[in-house]
Design a protein around this ligand. Structure first.
Ligand code: ADP
Length: 248
């Protein structure tokens, strides 16, 4: 199972909350450089799965391996983040009273306070890195704007840029297009595909138009385990998936 190009490997993971099984025997493999979409009805275990990968929730049983043989179940959240796992939550959290550029500088510096980050001298390498992220996120023309004045979509892209500053090997993204316009949704798919050229991405999303646009392999979760896996066309033709989405 654990081939060399597997970046993330969840093996038979079980998580219970007060006897309720949120994850039951969940197994999942994400390859190096792969983007995967995770779908499934409410309560399927998508958030719990993300929490297990980032170490926020520990499995009762089962294993989580990263980069081949690093056992994440034995590490804490900060340690897991520093190994190269970045997580984007649904709501954007940017420093609204600072510019786009300062937000990226802050993320890049890894400083704990805005004050410390802004008074830290940005060297040429850091400036080049910020320019590169501005290019990836297409936010270059907004570099001197206050983050608080950006559109909802632009804030989401800025926060994704802030995560890129940490240079994660794996980026976990939770419902990125919720609340976005159709045009922002299309641009977000393009952005994530661009990011996935150099790292792995796991996207949890309900918007099927967006998932179709991503054009990646889909994993359908249901009752804490994998119900179906494959292209969106493949899983959406699966009778088990149809029954679950129609509530049968
Ligand atoms: P999804 O993200 O797919 O909607 P979740 O992972 O949030 O699913 O939840 C899976 C199940 O586990 C749900 O039934 C939810 O109520 C339950 N659950 C999740 N977190 C907790 C918790 N901290 N305490 C109790 N139950 C929880």
């Amino acid at each position: 199972e654990r081939a060399n190009n597997n970046l993330l490997y969840l093996n038979d993971v079980n998580v219970s909350f007060d006897g309720f099984k949120a994850l039951r025997g969940l197994s999942l493999v994400i390859a190096e450089g792969e983007m995967r979409a995770i779908i499934g009805p409410n309560g399927a275990g998508k958030t719990t799965m993300m929490d297990v990968i980032t170490g926020k929730t520990k499995p009762d049983t089962g294993d989580v391996y990263f980069g081949g043989d690093i056992d994440l179940t034995r590490r804490d959240e900060a340690d897991i983040a520093s190994l190269g796992i970045g997580r984007k939550f649904q709501k954007p959290t940017v420093f609204e009273s600072h510019t786009v550029w300062d937000n990226l500088q802050l993320a890049l510096s890894g400083k704990r306070s805005v004050f410390a980050a802004l008074f830290h001298n940005t060297d040429a390498r850091e400036q080049a890195r910020i320019d590169e992220i501005l290019e990836t996120t297409r936010l270059g023309h907004l570099r001197n704007r206050l983050a608080g004045g950006l559109s909802h979509g632009q804030k989401q892209w800025l926060e994704i840029g802030m995560l890129l500053a940490q240079d994660p090997k794996l980026l976990l993204v939770d419902e990125p297009v919720a609340g976005m316009t159709d045009e922002e949704t299309v641009q977000t798919a393009t952005l994530l595909r661009r990011i996935a050229e150099t790292r792995s991405v796991v996207v949890v999303e309900h918007d099927m138009t967006f998932v179709r646009d991503l054009g990646v392999k889909v994993t359908v979760l249901h009752e804490g385990s994998v119900l179906a896996e494959g292209s969106l066309d493949h899983v959406s033709a699966d009778q088990k998936v149809i029954d679950v989405y129609l509530g049968r």
